[in-house]
Design a protein around this ligand. Structure first.
Ligand code: F6P
Length: 394
């Protein structure tokens, strides 16, 4: 077993808070071991630059003082507080051009790396796994994404900070909603997974939460359900409401809608009027409701990483170095039962690849899980899901 190693590290796919905290942990620990560590810029594109002679290996070396800023804040440690990725991250999909693949593999070879730490979500995992197979790379993957949908890990770096950001946004919107007696419809990221919407909806006091695992698409029944729910709140003298909708929920036309919150806000207004016109029931002046939509967008990927994300990032980074030290390659670092573990990529990739092929989320919200039950127990409207357990506390 070789003691001194040369390792590469890259970030791939959409950024999230905590990426720099991983880089900092890996560089610190690898430096203690006197390993050489190379920061590959812009995901696997950095290897192309090496292959084409645009950068030399030595330019990519990361050292404890590689990120000095002027003044008193010396060294690497400041990195853990910064969101984004100092290495840059591209989400360009699978390289289709054979020459691009050839250059990526060539760049890796030129650097003579013993192993690569790739920080990515399940999309990047799929692409880098294939490259690693072709190039015979020794790969360790660290999961990151605000969507928290990487299979086999309970947590991915970035999710906790995003959950705090969305929770804070819901808290902030509460007061303007209350002041104007408005219905605020808030669109939350997560791609096809509803974890971010569900968790922050519960923590941020949402009245309705729509996620694609329970409400794959808007239906007339769901919109009517929301309106009736709002009428009930109004009867109880709550004149405002917060409605959270995950971006994965499709419109009435079965299509993805980048402005689904806007669409839903308009539908709530329209259906409220319709209900009041057509029914003889007292809907508490529902036809007067004022709705507004907020799309939180990429703000959900920003902000100072939460302490949990920094800890997770650090623990994951150290674990990745350990795995390389033990020469246990081709593994995904995971968080399981409050501890850090790892899982063989050989074992997990067939399932991940199948999900991508079928265009289904590898790690969706469990419709019967405790988070859904919690929302139900709070009386939160979660759509007209067929799943309403008899005993929500079990
Ligand atoms: O996967 C992270 C994520 O932020 C998703 O929640 C969102 O759908 C997507 O990336 C947005 O991607 P982009 O930054 O390419 O617009």
């Amino acid at each position: 077993m070789k003691n001194q190693k040369k390792i590469g590290i890259l970030t791939s796919g959409g950024d999230c808070p905590g990426l720099n905290a991983i880089i900092r942990a890996v560089v610190k620990y690898a430096n203690i071991k006197e390993w050489e560590i190379f920061g590959i810029p812009r995901g696997t594109d950095g290897f192309i630059d090496v292959a084409r002679g645009k950068v030399q290996g030595d330019d990519l070396k990361l050292q404890p003082h590689g990120y000095d800023v002027p003044g008193v804040l010396q060294g690497l440690d400041i990195l853990q507080f910064m969101s984004g990725s100092v290495l840059g991250s591209l989400s360009r999909g699978n390289p289709k051009d054979e020459n691009v693949t050839k250059d990526i593999l060539e760049g890796y070879k030129i650097l003579e790396l013993d192993a690569l730490i790739a920080i990515g979500g399940d999309g990047s995992l799929d692409i880098i796994y294939d490259l690693a197979k072709k190039g015979n790379w020794n790969l360790v993957v660290i999961p990151k994404t605000i969507d928290n949908d990487v299979a086999f890990t309970e947590r991915s770096v970035g999710f906790d900070t995003a959950r705090n950001t969305v929770t804070q946004a819901l808290y902030d919107l509460t007061f303007t909603a209350a002041s104007h007696e408005r219905i605020m419809v808030v669109q939350v990221m997560g791609r096809d997974a509803g974890h971010l919407a569900l968790h922050s909806g519960i923590a941020g006091g949402a009245d309705c939460i729509l996620i694609s695992e329970l409400t794959p698409k808007l239906t007339e029944k769901t919109i009517e359900g929301i309106c009736k729910y709002i009428a009930k709140l109004r009867k109880d003298r709550r004149k405002f409401a917060l409605v959270v909708i995950a971006e994965g929920v499709q419109g009435l036309d079965n299509k993805k809608d980048p402005y689904i919150a806007e669409t839903l806000a308009n539908l709530i207004t329209e259906y409220s009027h319709r209900l009041c016109l057509n029914d003889n029931v007292n809907y508490e002046d529902l036809d007067q409701v004022d709705t507004r939509a907020t799309i939180l967008g990429h703000l959900q990927r920003c902000g100072v990483p939460s302490s949990f994300d920094r800890i997770l990032a650090t623990v994951f980074g150290i674990k990745a170095v350990h795995l390389i030290e033990e020469e246990r390659y081709n593994r995904l670092v995971i968080w399981q039962n409050g501890s850090v573990e790892s899982k063989s990529l050989e074992q997990i990739m067939p399932m991940i690849k199948w999900c991508h092929q079928e265009q289904t989320c590898p790690s969706p919200v469990d419709p019967e899980g405790f988070m859904v039950r919690t929302a139900l127990s709070l009386g939160i409207y979660i759509g007209e899901s067929h799943f309403y357990p008899d005993n929500i506390s079990s």
